[in-house]
Design a protein around this ligand. Structure first.
Ligand code: TXA
Ligand code: MG
Length: 326
């Protein structure tokens, strides 16, 4: 059920970590920092705790959640790893990679967290606070991004509270998320691995381990296996225009690198993702910049072209969803 008390703000010290772990163990909702974005955490083995996540986020129940584990050994208790999954886990865990694998018969991630699918999404995050909490709770922790469904993902406590204050028991303050964009989701379900969502691990990094470029999507457009991966998402209130070369008067503008679109001097408000054109820096600032531009009240956010290499692929993926018809 949705908490009707104000959300506790926990400091990243022994007391705060202890309280976060205690609340999670008791089936409550706690937003926790990870290296990608803040996660809305709950006990993934407890259906009522998982139901509370869907309710607080207003997330459709057909969109499954990622289960977070403290290490690969714990993850292997929940899923069946083929050779490819094992190689990816070895290369990128702990870190911003999520593996979708067949759920293990003895696993404890509940049916609701998996949205009834025979597969399970597993991630071992790299953030020290997240790992400490996971180790203490000793159960898989379901954690979607800690925003209202369809909205911009949170990279700070202020973002979490803007969407969820009063709806969750607590938020653990871990400052600003370093990667700033969600994990890369790869499905290893027999056959070639598939990239379901570009994210913090780049395509080039995956290729280095796989030896091949991963196929994109579910391989069956009529039945997407990443239900949350379609259409409008990451949406600010304002409309979003991409690859903009001319700014309309009063528009909010998102810049990257040294390109200056025509009409920029008539813009309402301007944010720059990375002056030096660095996609890693840009990813870490993307969601904060979108939230700030939206807060200006502008009707449109105009975004200049951003190269697709490195984390640019994930940035473009999120911006395309933000610009998708609603
Ligand atoms: O970086 C992240 O991954 C963050 C942090 C908190 O770990 N979490 C996150 O969760 O982004 P969420 O729920 O916002 O995104 C999880 C994505 C969704 O698009 C969901 O559809 C997909 O993973 N997913 C989860 N389980 C799946 C499954 N069994 N098969 C296919 N896709 C799955
Ligand atoms: Mg999300």
């Amino acid at each position: 059920s949705i908490a009707d008390r104000p959300t506790l703000r926990l400091a990243p010290d022994a007391d705060g970590i202890g309280e976060a772990a205690r609340l999670l163990g008791a089936g409550r909702l706690v937003a926790i920092p990870t290296e990608t974005v803040y996660g809305l955490a709950a006990d993934a083995s407890e259906p009522s705790a998982v139901a509370a996540i869907y309710a607080a986020k207003e997330r459709p129940r057909f969109n499954p959640l990622i289960a977070h584990l403290p290490d690969e050994a714990a993850a292997r208790h929940e899923g069946i790893f083929d050779e490819t999954a094992a190689a990816l886990a070895k290369a990128f865990w702990p870190g911003p990679l999520t593996l979708v694998v067949p759920a293990a018969p003895g696993g404890s991630v509940c049916d609701l967290a998996r949205a009834g699918l025979p597969s399970v999404a597993l991630r071992v995050p790299g953030h020290a606070l997240a790992r400490e909490i996971l180790a203490r709770v000793g159960r898989p922790i379901a954690a979607p991004s800690a925003n209202r469904s369809g909205r911009v993902s949170p990279t700070s406590v202020a973002h979490v509270l803007a969407d969820l204050d009063g709806r969750i028991a607590a938020v653990l303050d871990g400052g600003t998320c370093s990667v700033g964009i969600e994990s890369t989701v790869v499905a290893c379900l027999g056959g070639p691995p598939r990239l379901l969502r570009p994210g913090g691990i780049t395509r080039a990094e995956l290729r280095r381990v796989l030896g091949i470029d991963p196929a994109v999507g579910s391989g069956d457009d009529s039945r997407p296996i990443g239900p949350g991966l379609l259409a409008s998402h990451y949406a600010p209130r304002a409309a979003v225009r991409l690859d903009v070369e001319r700014i309309a008067p009063g528009e909010a503008v998102l810049l990257f690198g040294s390109f200056r679109p025509a009409g920029l001097d008539e813009a309402g408000v301007v944010e720059t993702l990375s002056e030096r054109g660095d996609a890693t820096e840009a990813a870490s600032r993307l969601f904060e910049a979108l939230r700030r531009l939206d807060a200006s009240g502008a009707g449109t956010i105009a975004v200049v072209a951003i190269p697709a290499d490195g984390l640019g692929e994930a940035i473009n993926d999120r911006l395309n969803r933000a610009a998708a018809p609603r």
